[in-house]
Write a protein that binds this ligand. Structure first.
Ligand code: KIV
Length: 321
């Protein structure tokens, strides 16, 4: 049975054909996906790499990964300082076992999606495994793709003193670099698994030297991952660049977590250092269960969620039925 309902004046066509054009035209005014408030009133300005570097010892820096447009919109609305398009996208989004499986093309694609949100947050793209190991020229070309094609405003790469030549080459191309020491997931096989690093004195001292070298060469910040809290604190004291911890204790200059972990979008098996601030996976399952039940009951879609024609057109159509 076709039910007729008057079409609002702004959507009815002059010919009365019932052609309503845009499927959204009958919807309630859309809620803006991107809050423009901060842009309109200029309350927050764009975060830059030098701006982050200058925050050593200042207000703590909040960083989260994001891999797509909606994630970046959400992170930016929350006032997050830096969005990292991490190679953790391999595990979190693509279901891969290690980050070794993700390539440059994929990180470029995810970075581009993040950048379309035009975030105030600084957008940092991860350099995947083997994109900075084959010489300086190759490294700069790859970092350049993240900037030119992806829109990244800085790049991150894993490793200590061994990576100084390629870091210098990227910096020389005017691309800000974020360092990453400690548990570096791209070294999973060399480390013999995902193990907390720097637990013995020699290794801890080596890591401090690595971090100092990264800071001295000009990295605007350094991720410290998977180390004892005291080492996170010592490195933070020793280096000029702000440190961003993940599983490195509370003393670093900032903290980073994976988007899906912080929102509880995973399977509930989170590493020790994760604090889920929501249980969105459970909420999503419950919502989809309700959606399914409504479909089965016939209560979705309702009248308000359906399109209608004028009484005359309905009457004409019903004549034939
Ligand atoms: O890839 C990533 O998400 C990272 C952060 C966890 C630091 O490197």
């Amino acid at each position: 049975m076709i039910r007729a309902r008057p079409i609002p004046a702004h959507t009815a066509t002059p010919t009365g054909t019932g052609d309503q054009g845009d499927v959204h035209s009958e919807m309630a005014p859309p809620v803006p996906v991107v809050s423009r408030r901060r842009y309109d009133f200029g309350l927050m300005s764009k975060v830059t790499a030098p701006g982050i570097r200058s925050r050593k010892g200042g207000p703590k820096i909040a960083v989260v990964t994001a891999y797509d447009f909606p994630g970046a919109v959400i992170a930016d609305r929350a006032g997050i300082d830096m969005i990292l398009v991490g190679d953790s996208v391999a595990n979190v989004v693509h279901g891969m076992d290690t980050t070794l499986e993700i390539g440059l093309d994929e990180i470029v694609l995810h970075t581009r999606a993040v950048k379309r949100a035009k975030p105030n947050a600084l957008v940092v793209a991860d350099m995947p495994w083997l994109t900075f190991h084959l010489g300086e020229e190759d490294t700069v070309r790859n970092a350049g793709r993240l900037v030119r094609e992806g829109g990244a405003e800085a790049v991150k790469l894993e490793g200590g003193r061994k990576r100084l030549p390629v870091i210098e080459a990227i910096l020389d191309a005017e691309i800000p670099v974020m360092g990453h020491v400690g548990l570096t997931p791209q070294s999973v096989h060399a480390m013999g698994g995902f193990k907390v690093q720097g637990k013995v004195v020699d290794a801890a001292r080596e890591m401090i030297e690595d971090a100092k070298a990264l800071s001295d060469v000009g990295c605007f910040s350094i991720v410290i991952e998977g180390v004892p809290d005291i080492l996170g604190e010592l490195i933070t004291k020793e280096v000029d660049a702000p440190t961003i911890g993940i599983g490195a204790g509370p003393s670093t200059d900032g903290q980073v977590l994976v988007f899906h972990d912080v929102l509880g979008l995973g399977d509930g098996n989170y590493p020790k250092f994760v604090r889920p601030y929501a249980s969105l996976a459970d909420e999503a399952v419950a919502a989809l269960e309700r959606f399914k039940a409504d479909i089965q009951k016939g209560s979705f879609p309702g009248d308000d969620e359906s399109y209608h024609v004028t009484d005359e057109i309905a009457a004409e159509l019903l004549k034939d039925s």
